[in-house]
Design a protein around this ligand. Structure first.
Ligand code: ZN
Length: 84
């Protein structure tokens, strides 16, 4: 196993993941917040509003958007932005 720098907090850890075990928990909480927000509100048409309204940092939202889990949301927002 290699030592890596966590892309969320910058600490060193050894794992095959991109984020350290501490941040993994935080990521799950952020994803839950994001999903709960999306389930109960209209989807804002940009990431900045989504970050502001859901309380999840833009940096983390951008990272989540690259995962399969949020790919349909990413597609939706991309379409919205094309229409602006
Ligand atoms: Zn971390």
């Amino acid at each position: 196993m290699n030592f890596k720098t966590c892309i969320r907090c910058g600490c060193f850890f050894s794992s095959d993941d991109l984020i350290c075990p501490n941040c993994k928990t935080k990521d799950e909480i952020d994803k839950d917040s994001l999903k709960r927000f999306l389930a109960n509100n209209d989807i804002p048409n940009n990431y900045e509003s989504l970050s502001y309204l859901s309380g999840v940092s833009l940096k983390n939202i951008n990272r989540f958007m690259e995962t399969k889990e949020f790919s349909s949301l990413k597609d939706f927002l991309n379409r919205q932005n094309l229409n602006l």
